[in-house]
Design a protein around this ligand. Structure first.
Ligand code: FEO
Length: 405
């Protein structure tokens, strides 16, 4: 496809991956894009590359604008494979170009490629590169979300090339936020931002707040935020910045996600009266069955809700593996300011609910105790217990939510 103009002589030259569904274990039901950018100034500069499978696509996009051998500078903001694995193809076309990256980026790149043949200049926050009419300013963003990560600010154009930050895993025909909102919807775009944040950036809220404060202190005005995935924030960059700051503060909806799995429907039958109890207290309720839902969506809904009820039957005295996997993944994401409870059906010894609480404590979540276990399938009395459990949990969530208002 053709390069897309961000501003005169600044182009998106990336690739759309319609087909990907498994992004190193993160399920991406809407595909993704690998964005990279070309500045045609006195000294032609490429910002980032793309996943190896799409090297030919980006090279063709570049060739539609200039001969790749004319690229003088290549900025590598992040060395994860989806952004760097076509670097050897690019450098093969312009072997005298200089690569700009962080110290950790250089060390990491050396684990993937023989870098002895390339000229690499290490940069740090505040370093600048003049490329003609434009100036690039580098900003290290360590652990956002890899140690090597950085962003590049194009001063004269007020464009922030933000690598993974502010991205979304969405493959779409639209390259810009306003087009996407026009043809699809704002809520779909916001949902994609939350999904990405929840599944990738959730552990780094404090770092995000500090980095945004640093950018503000530097007095950098931002007209466009151009991430390495999804649409470019051309019309609403302040919106995504605000969303990030809210999420970094742990913002959540006054809502409860019931996230469960079930063997013979016993645990599933518990969700219905529980949902009614939650609703009776005026708390929004979302219900997600693991194994029927990509785990990334379950994580997103968990993150969006102030409270979650985790349902798991007992299998061999333990949680059902799908629920254990979900909680294990949540543990790695280190969520804060969320409250949880557990419930489930059992046949003889039980144990899954106890185990779920042990996991909650490892994660560091606020807990609503005790949980609720029922034998085989809910009786009418059990339905009442489930309703009350949902209702009491809703009251607790409302009280807990007040702390964050
Ligand atoms: Fe899109 Fe951290 O790679």
């Amino acid at each position: 496809m053709s390069a897309i103009v961000l501003k005169p002589d600044i182009y998106w030259v990336g690739a759309i991956d319609w087909a990907i569904r498994d992004f190193h274990g993160y399920e991406v039901p809407h595909g993704t894009t690998y964005n990279n950018y070309l500045i045609v100034d006195d000294e032609i500069t490429l910002l980032d590359t793309v996943k190896y499978d799409f090297a030919e696509v980006t090279i063709k996009n570049i060739r539609n604008l200039i001969e790749p051998s004319k690229i003088k500078h290549v900025v590598i903001n992040h060395i994860e494979n989806d952004h760097v694995t076509s670097i050897d193809r690019i450098m093969g076309l312009t072997p005298n170009a200089t690569i700009y990256m962080t110290e950790r980026g250089k060390k990491g790149l050396g684990r993937f490629f023989d870098i002895s043949k390339w000229g690499i200049k290490v940069v740090k926050t505040g370093d600048i590169l003049h490329i003609g009419k434009r100036t690039l300013l580098f900003l290290e963003t360590p652990m956002l979300h890899w140690p090597d990560s950085m962003m590049t600010y194009i001063k004269e154009e007020k464009i922030l090339i933000s690598q993974d930050g502010f991205g979304q895993h969405v493959a779409s025909a639209e390259r810009f936020d306003d087009e996407f909102i026009l043809h699809r919807s704002l809520s779909e775009l916001e949902d994609a931002v939350v999904d990405y944040y929840a599944n990738i950036l959730m552990p780094f809220g404090n770092l995000i707040k500090a980095k945004v404060a640093e950018i503000q202190k530097l007095g950098l005005e931002i007209e466009i935020i151009a991430p390495d995935h999804g649409v470019i924030w051309k019309k609403y960059p302040q919106k995504v910045l605000k969303m990030y700051l809210d999420m970094a503060e742990g913002r959540a909806d006054l809502a409860v996600s019931i996230i469960y799995d079930t063997m013979w429907h016993g645990t599933e039958l518990m969700t219905f009266p529980m949902m009614e109890g939650l609703k009776e207290e005026g708390v929004e309720c979302r219900v997600i069955k693991l194994r029927s839902t990509p785990i990334s969506i379950a994580i997103k809904e968990f993150w969006k809700s102030r409270g979650s009820l985790i349902g798991t039957p007992t299998l061999n005295n333990l949680m059902l593996p799908s629920v254990a996997r979900f909680l294990y993944q949540v543990r790695g994401l280190r969520p804060k300011n969320r409250i949880v409870g557990a419930f489930g059906a059992y046949g003889w010894g039980g144990g899954s609910v106890r185990e779920a609480y042990e996991e909650f404590k490892k994660i560091g979540l606020e807990t609503f105790e005790p949980g609720l276990q029922i034998l085989y399938k809910p009786s009418s009395d059990d339905d009442k217990k489930c309703y009350d459990f949902g209702r009491e949990f809703a009251k607790k969530v409302k009280e807990y939510h007040l702390k964050y208002q």
